[in-house]
Every structure is written in C-alpha cells, then in structure tokens.
Design a protein around this ligand. Structure first.
Ligand SMILES: C[S@@+](CC[C@H](N)C(=O)[O-])C[C@H]1O[C@@H](n2cnc3c(N)ncnc32)[C@H](O)[C@@H]1O
Length: 216
C-alpha cells in the first residue's frame, strides 16, 4: 500500500510562495489559458455555492468568482500556511469568497450546502483510502443535485506518451500520481456513489476535467 508521505500535494516553502509563478513560467504561459478554459467548462451559475478543496493560492477561486453574482459564494479549504496566506491576499477584494483553514480529510462543517465541490490538482496526491475520505466529505457537503468536479490527470498509459513527457512526469510526480493515472475512475466512483456524466481532456489527453453527480 502507498504511503501518504510520498505525496507532493501538500505544497510548502519556496514552491508554495511561488506556486502560481512556477506554473506560469514552467508551462511557458500555457497553464493560464488551460485553467481559464477548464473553469469555463464548469458551467458555473451566478448563484452557485462552490466548495474548493485544496484551494491553494486562490487563483482558481478568483477565476470562478467572475461567474458568480451577489448570491453566489466560494469557500476554499486549505491546510498549508503559505498557500492560505496567498489565498487571503489574492481574494481579499472578493466579498463572497471565504477560507476555511483545515484538512479536508477531516469532517467538514457543511451538510448539503454546495452546488459544486471542486478539486483541482489535489485528488491524485492521496492514497486510495484518503481519496475515499475526500469523496465522502464532498458528498456530505453537496446538495442532492450538486456536482463533484475534478480537474486532474486523466487515465493514461505513460508508456504511450512521448519521451520528453515521460521524463518530465517521472521527475515531477509522486508514486501516488502513477497509481492514479491507472485507475478506472468511472468504475471507482460508481462504487463510491458518484456517476461521471461529462468530461473534457487537454494536453495529449493527460489532463481532464470531469463532472460527477450523486448516484440515484
Ligand atoms: C497541488 S496544490 C493545488 C492548488 C489549487 N487547487 C490549484 O489548482 O492551483 C494542492 C493544494 O492542496 C492543499 N492540501 C493538501 N492536502 C490538504 C488537506 N489534507 N487539506 C486541505 N488542503 C490540502 C495543499 O496545501 C495545496 O495548496
């Protein structure tokens, strides 16, 4: 069984302080456009209540907030001190964006309150046992007709990807990500009470945004 300590999803220190800049320069400016496209695919409605688990620097929250009206709101959940500080700074001009400092592996203080629970580049970095906890917490926080929206790696065979990509993936990613890309998430989420009903893929089909609803 994989040990959670191999995860790189809890971002700290230099990587946390320069997270957005590292993504911007590391992707030669492509990440920004991809993120905007992915968030547009979420079909955010103006009154939506969105729970952003592992909200990071608040970049995603700022982009999502553009779609919301006065009655919409975003609650970001973040454990990292440096990431939380950036979230508070970056979202300080938004009166309908809030931060909750706690681990999303622990029970969350919400019950059937959210239209969307969003996980962006968070889910792959956990063991299967903890991924299950995240899904259970998301389910409790979601309204009955709410959507779980995950932006993360797609399922793919690393050996079929170009050499430069394989080297990059092996250099940057943790063993949990290698396991994640091999899982059939449609089947796994069905077992955990969700149905994937829509998905979009990017970047040689290695990245995916999927939407899932609670199984009836
Ligand atoms: C890879 S970053 C992604 C940040 C953001 N979602 C994005 O797409 O830019 C993962 C984030 O999840 C946070 N995180 C990791 N484990 C967490 C936990 N158990 N509870 C709350 N936040 C967590 C990290 O501190 C980090 O900010």
């Amino acid at each position: 069984m994989l040990d959670q300590s191999v995860s790189k999803v809890e971002v700290k220190g230099f990587a946390a302080r320069f997270y957005d800049q590292l993504l911007k320069w590391g992707s030669l400016g492509k990440y920004e456009r991809f993120l905007k496209e992915a968030i547009a695919k979420m079909n955010i409605e103006k009154d939506d209540a969105i729970l952003d688990l592992g909200c990071g620097t608040g970049k995603n929250a700022c982009l999502m907030a553009r779609y919301l009206g006065a009655n919409g709101r975003i609650v970001g959940v973040e454990i990292g001190e440096e990431m939380a500080a950036q979230f508070e700074k970056n979202c300080s001009h938004l009166s309908n964006v809030f931060l909750l400092r706690q681990s999303f592996l622990e029970p969350l203080p919400f019950k059937k309150e959210f239209d969307k629970v969003f996980l962006s580049f968070v889910f792959h970095g956990f063991t299967q046992e903890n991924r299950r906890k995240i899904i259970d917490n998301a389910r409790r926080a979601l309204k009955d007709d709410g959507q779980l929206i995950v932006l993360d790696f797609n399922e793919f065979d690393l050996n079929e990807k170009p050499l430069w990509f394989r080297i990059g993936f092996k250099t940057i990613e943790c063993p949990l990500a290698f396991e994640y890309i091999r899982i059939n998430w449609k089947e796994q989420l069905k077992e955990w009470g969700f149905e994937i009903f829509e998905q979009d893929v990017w970047f040689m089909e290695t990245l995916r945004l999927f939407k899932a609803k609670i199984k009836s």
